[in-house]
Ligand binder design. Structure first.
Ligand SMILES: [Zn+2]
Length: 488
């Protein structure tokens, strides 16, 4: 299919709708969250949820008790909050009330009344530390509002702020677990064999009636709610690799088995995946080595299934040519020591989003989409054209401009391939176009569109021509491989 033509299916309509973009952004945010190291995961912390903000604070051990800085806990909750040290005394002011603590003493005075702490108050460099478990007594008096505090999980709810959820299995084929939340959520998703885990680090998600939900379903038998160290988690147990998708502005999460066609038979370690861990009994090696196997290259045979691509001739569909090219390219890359995953290794439907998600979770150094066209001669190489107006601020990368930071390495890849094609006297042009899913990829990414060598379109099917093109692509990538993978 000619990518540069206006009627080409690969050229997106002018803009994504805001809703699509939000969903895409969330998907990518999830992926990134899953990818980024947990950092302070082992530090003890308490999370405070309130109508004003949700925040986590460090918890420290003193005299075999857990302590927390009291000013830090209440400061975000009031308008006029401060403390001052006077010798051994520490005076705290919150809105219209006062409290007084004494270093080394367990008795304090809050709004004129005595309160006994379960351990001594500590004063460290002007910072007042109270035993964690005393918050359940101190805060209602100090704040004048009701709180719910679970010291075991270190989660503190100020007022009525909890987010509730329901989980319902819909017995479709395949089954889907639909979870509805009373407020938008944005959990971190991780997988391990037989389980998809959603961690809620900032959302006040609370347990349903019972922490374990059972669904009487072979594919998704149960889900378990738990909370620990200032966070909540929902683990969904599955006998097949599971995938999570978001809708309803983050209020609905649907868990379903990942489409089986995603598991490329060529990949011995099974599906690369965020979402899909690979506990499948049919593929025991994946249970031993779940999660992400790193491939140097992801080769995407464009189109497939109902999408035949361009009708190159009566007998020749683009989707078949791209698959043949993809398999040959994999062989060429692997023979040069570049491990390769073919995204579509059979005649199945794959959406652009699915292709992008699986590529991003496989962390390749290079993504290559293969297309075929009847018009023109030789090879056209595309890198992404980023739509204007996309925002990449803060931790969230906009879905339709995710490629932005990788454009320089994508262009290096295209130049490497172009040089090698030219060296073999295969006509080549390098172009920029808004080709999906290039815009959504967080890796060097190019699209290779192969047209016939001469005037006969059937020559696209010639093994020698296909082989010459893919071997040029492989050589070209080999020449620049050390410069790929790091955005500049
Ligand atoms: Zn195409």
């Amino acid at each position: 299919m000619r990518l540069s033509a206006l009627d080409c299916a690969h050229i997106p309509k002018p803009r994504l709708t805001p809703k699509m973009r939000v969903r895409g952004t969330m998907l990518l945010a999830l992926l990134l969250a899953a990818i980024l190291p947990a950092g302070s995961a082992n530090e003890k912390k308490i999370t405070v949820y309130s109508g004003i903000s949700n925040y986590s604070l460090p918890v420290t051990d003193r005299n075999s008790l857990e302590y927390v800085g009291l000013l830090e806990v209440i400061e975000p909750l009031g308008r006029n909050v401060n403390s001052r040290t006077d010798g051994l005394r520490w005076k705290l002011h919150f809105n219209d009330g006062d409290a007084e603590f004494t270093a080394g003493k367990s008795r304090a005075k809050v709004r004129g009344r005595d309160v006994d702490l379960p351990g001594n108050f500590l004063l460290e460099s002007g910072r007042g530390l109270v035993p964690l478990t005393s918050l359940g007594t101190l805060l209602p008096r100090l704040l004048g509002t009701s709180i719910t505090f679970n010291p075991g999980s270190r989660r503190l709810f100020v007022g009525n702020v909890a987010t509730h959820f329901t989980a319902q299995l819909s017995r479709t084929t395949p089954p889907r677990l639909v979870m509805n939340f009373s407020a938008p959520v944005n959990p971190t998703i991780a997988t391990e064999p037989g389980r998809l885990r959603m961690s809620f680090n900032r959302e006040p998600v609370v347990a349903p009636g019972t922490p374990t939900l059972t669904f009487d379903d072979a594919a998704i038998p149960s889900a378990v709610f738990s909370e620990n160290n200032g966070a909540a988690e929902i683990a969904v147990n599955g006998t097949a690799p599971l995938m999570a998708s978001f809708s309803n502005d983050g209020r609905t999460i649907t868990i379903a088995p990942a489409p089986q066609q995603m598991s490329a038979p060529s990949a011995p370690a099974g599906v690369p995946g965020t979402a899909p861990a690979t506990p499948s009994a049919a593929n025991p090696s994946s249970a031993a080595a779940p999660g992400v196997r790193h491939f140097f290259a992801v080769v995407d045979a464009s189109h497939g299934g109902d999408d035949r691509g361009a009708a190159l001739s009566d007998k020749l569909a683009e989707k078949d040519v791209t698959l043949a090219l993809a398999r040959r390219l994999r062989q060429e890359l692997e023979s040069r020591g570049m491990s390769t995953l073919v995204l579509r290794d059979s005649d199945v439907n794959l959406s652009f989003d699915q292709r992008a998600i699986f590529t991003n979770t496989a962390h390749p150094a290079i993504y290559i989409a293969l297309h075929a066209a009847s018009d023109g001669k030789g090879v056209r190489l595309y890198t992404a054209m980023i739509p204007a107006g996309g925002e990449n601020n803060g931790p969230f990368v906009a879905w339709d401009t995710a490629q932005t930071h990788f454009l320089p390495v994508s262009q290096i890849a295209a130049q490497g391939v172009a040089s090698e094609l030219a060296r073999r006297q295969i006509q080549v042009r390098t172009l920029v176009a808004p080709v999906r899913p290039l815009n959504n990829l967080i890796a060097a990414a190019i699209a290779v569109e192969v047209a016939p060598p001469g005037t006969d379109v059937m020559d696209l099917n010639l093994p020698a021509y296909q082989q010459n093109v893919v071997s040029a692509v492989a050589n070209g990538l080999l020449a620049v491989r050390d410069r790929l993978g790091v955005p500049q």
